[in-house]
Design a protein around this ligand. Sequence first.
Ligand code: DCT
Ligand code: MG
Length: 512
Amino acid sequence: MDPLQMACTGPRKKRARQMDTSMGSTQDIKFQDLVLFILEKKMGTTRRAFLMELARRKGFRVENELSDSVTHIVAENNSGSDVLEWLQVQKIKASSQLELLDVSWLIECMGAGKLVEITGKHQLVSIMVRGDCPASHDSSPQKTESAAVQKISQYACQRRTTLNNHNHIFTDAFEILAENCEFRENEGSYVTYMRAASVLKSLPFSIISMKDTEGIPCLADKVKCVIEEIIEDGESSEVKAVLNDERYKSFKLFTSVFGVGLKTAEKWFRLGFRTLSGIMNDKTLKLTHMQKAGFLYYEDLVSCVTRAEAEAVGVLVKEAVWAFLPDAIVTMTGGFRRGKKVGHDVDFLITSPEATEEQEQQLLHKVITFWEKEGLLLYCDLYESTFEKLKMPSRKVDALDHFQKCFLILKLHRECVDDGTSSQLQGKTWKAIRVDLVVCPYECRAFALLGWTGSPQFERDLRRYATHERKMMLDNHALYDKTKRKFLSADSEEDIFAHLGLDYIEPWERNA
Ligand code: DCT
Ligand code: MG
């Protein structure tokens, strides 16, 4: 067996006993700047001895005892809180220089024969202070302090949330509970569950016991009860009940149709409908154009858009836009910009440094006429701009913006999709795809890009943070500083984060 493989699966006891754990000191040290200490807690003496010996052979300096010279503590099956607690018992204060790492980092380093970059998945995050933390005004803790003393912010815009979710079992549950509250128009509980799901998505470790939840913000009592039940029973009875609830099931089904919102779903439910075929076969119901398109292309639209399909739509959009405005900047936004592999639609932001107001206003009309002639336009709903310069940003966290935009359904031909394997196209030569196009004035582009990149929860928390922590107002058009009584301009998203005193969060870290 390869030694590294053994490191992953655990050593055979007999061999481990023969090892001399002190011999490493005489071996060549390849990584001079690092001093490791491997924690025995939950790892056991044998495995620890084996890993120490292996790490030394691979060029690491590994201490037998925890001393001041140690720079990295490596642990297995421990959360950050577990390690900190152990340090406290040893009467050792965790300094901000001390890295608390999962053994996976050491194993990766040994496998690669070099130091592997430490990322969130390796860091054992712990929370020194319990409860919601007020935003720190001298930039966020993520970059300036080690994970050992890092607090988790109550704001998603102060957390880095990649798509690597270690707590799916909990976040899936909270998203279902939140959706049920949305269907029942219970705004308060909706926010509670969404914030809980969001904070859990940002954790670089899986919650395995209630102790791991200590100090994590945004976990209300009712949220903790659900977590506890899932830890104990593997599922939540409340979620189970929701999934079996007739109202929830009907609303979920009805709102899966493009053009159907809560009001329509409520009406259909009250009228006694429970299936989509029941609605389609009813001659008395009046459907909007949007809903008719929603039913017509239902199968295509409920199947997710793949990245290859999104890229193919991007080619179509650029081709059409550039035919009329060659200098236009076309950016794919929404979930795909955040690195998602699938989405429910494809969002684009369009802006031009040179276009006149009239050229800007005409662009979407020309693009739509062009696609209509090509036979690619299956549905179109265009909203003209109601944008006014120097208007105060909206106070509402979920307010829609005032830019000109269109909600479309486009026909995407199979041969346009690069991978050619688009499963949804089987037997058909094309697939209906939902596409959103937004046009914004050039000076608003950074705000519009930030707003249209999402996630929705990240956006809500950005605005909430601006209002409550900075006395500023942020929306998709502008940022206003109420203290200085002036608008703050921005050429890039980085500028906006800087105005807000926030560390920059990359798009793929905004999956809150
Ligand atoms: N948006 C927002 N607030 C909302 C809805 C949307 O700030 N209430 C922003 C953030 C994302 C962007 O608009 C695009 O919206 P969607 O397409 O609905 O979201 P998405 O993240 O792209 O998700 P999906 O992958 O399902 O399309
Ligand atoms: Mg989208």
